[in-house]
Design a protein around this ligand. Structure first.
Ligand code: HEM
Length: 417
């Protein structure tokens, strides 16, 4: 990756329009064009670079030559003066994506024990209860909408239970904090709208600050917040606002993304009954099933965390200038035939070594154990209630306007319940 001068490969909405219904229903021809004709290209309408092949996307994710800090974007607004900071800005300064490489590594080291299998086992019981609760709430289990009745609810409640927020605070957590947070930093909204969403996060932030303070004064616990408070490495510890900043990264990165896991996994299994039967016989394949459902669904319209070159960087003959907006493209990378033989086949016995479903490198998904646990628990509960009686009814509907996912907005199933 060294910088030389070249002609810029450019595309526009005529090649890739992430907000068109045709694309939402059938992304494969577009992914094919990006992989074969425009592997690295500047998107004129979206004003960003797109890097699509699996190997090149991995290179961008892992490279220290790209920053994740929005402040390194050449069109980033000037930072707000400290005198105008709200609690939202106070907390955001400790957000994972705002750190330099050393600060980011420090946070990842200090937070890693809280995401271990051991802690996940402790909180699994709470997550199972919340998933059972979601299934109990389905108004008519003989005919329901997977998108609204399961997928929209499980991820945010799983995060709430992981953090230890009790269910009587769900409204504040889901609608106050979660809803506003995922919009507060979204460049598709105007500056005024973003300021309003940021303001909407404040009661939820204050609630989390109080929760962390209370946990700190309440002595040792071996659950998630307790582990974050107790972890000490080389004399370093996390302070309260760092913990709250971590909690809000989890909500902003995990509340919306994992929605697609539940719809895509059920779509995959309902259209591949042989794989559903196999999973029933081989529960050891649950983890592979979650990864394969996400890969096969390739619902990501753009990348995960945008990147900003710290200097001009050349990739596959294209120069990505310093400070421009870069997306490594998860959707096409997950079905790149150079990495995945017969990429459109849903096969839970596939070898997933080297997959990029949860990224790679320093920003590897911090929530991947939670994703695997909630995916397994949801599929288990679905099987326990409906066995192999569930069938898709009618067409699956998509929301083409969703900013970064091929979001299924309606998926009706009938069951023998
Ligand atoms: C279907 C579900 C999910 C998928 C496919 C997914 C995928 C990813 C990917 C690809 C990255 C890497 C980003 C990069 O290098 O730019 C990432 C990062 C991240 N994910 Fe996930 N994720 C999912 C769910 C979650 C959940 C449930 C949580 C939280 C509980 C979460 C928290 C995070 C965080 C905080 C980061 C940033 C880590 C860092 O910057 O060090 N994700 N995720």
């Amino acid at each position: 990756m060294t910088a030389t001068s070249t002609t810029r490969a450019e595309i526009d909405f005529s090649v890739y329009n992430p907000y068109s219904m045709d694309f939402a229903r059938d992304p494969w021809p577009t992914w094919d064009r990006l992989l074969n004709e425009f592997p690295v290209a500047w998107h004129r309408d979206l004003q960003c670079w797109m890097v699509s092949p699996h190997d090149l996307a991995a290179e961008v994710m892992k490279s220290p030559r790209f920053s994740t800090n929005f402040g390194d974007y050449k069109h980033a607004p000037p930072p707000k003066p400290r005198s105008e900071w709200t609690l939202y800005n106070e907390v955001m300064q400790y957000h994972l994506q705002m750190q330099d490489a050393a600060g980011h590594m420090r946070l990842r080291r200090l937070t890693a024990p809280a995401f271990s299998r051991r802690v996940m086992d402790v909180i699994e019981v709470r997550i199972r209860d919340s998933i059972v609760g979601v299934f109990d709430e389905i108004p008519d289990p003989r005919r329901f909408d997977v998108a609204d009745d399961i997928a929209a609810k499980v991820p945010i409640r799983a995060i709430a239970r992981m953090v230890g927020v009790p269910s009587d605070a769900d409204t504040l957590f889901e609608h106050g904090l979660g809803w506003n947070l995922v919009r507060a930093a979204n460049p598709l909204y105007s500056a005024e709208e973003r300021a309003e969403f940021q303001q909407g996060t404040i009661p939820g932030l204050q609630y989390l600050i109080d929760t962390v303070r209370e946990a700190r004064s309440g002595g040792h616990t071996d659950d998630f917040i307790g582990t974050l408070i107790d972890t000490e490495i080389d004399g370093e510890r996390l302070h309260d606002l760092e913990i709250v900043a971590l909690l809000i990264s989890l909500i902003s990165a995990g509340a919306d993304t994992a929605v697609d896991l539940h719809t895509m996994a059920l779509l995959a299994f309902l259209t591949h009954p042989d794989q559903w039967q196999l999973l029933g016989e081989r529960p050891d394949l649950h983890e592979a099933a979650v990864i394969e459902a996400l890969r096969w669904g390739s619902m990501g319209k753009l990348g995960a965390i945008p990147r900003f070159p710290r200097e001009d960087v050349e990739i596959a003959g294209q120069v990505l200038p310093k400070g421009e907006f870069v997306h490594f493209m998860l959707g096409p990378a997950w079905v790149d035939p150079k990495k995945w033989p017969e990429p459109l086949r849903f096969d839970i016995t596939r070898n997933h070594a080297g997959n990029l479903v949860f990224g790679a490198g320093p920003h590897l998904c911090i929530g991947l154990n939670l994703v695997k646990v909630q995916g397994r628990l949801m599929l288990d509960e679905f099987r326990r209630r409906f066995g192999d009686t569930a069938r898709l009814e009618g067409e699956v509907e998509y929301d083409p306007q969703h900013w970064n996912a091929r979001r299924i907005s309606r998926m009706t199933v009938t069951t023998g319940a």
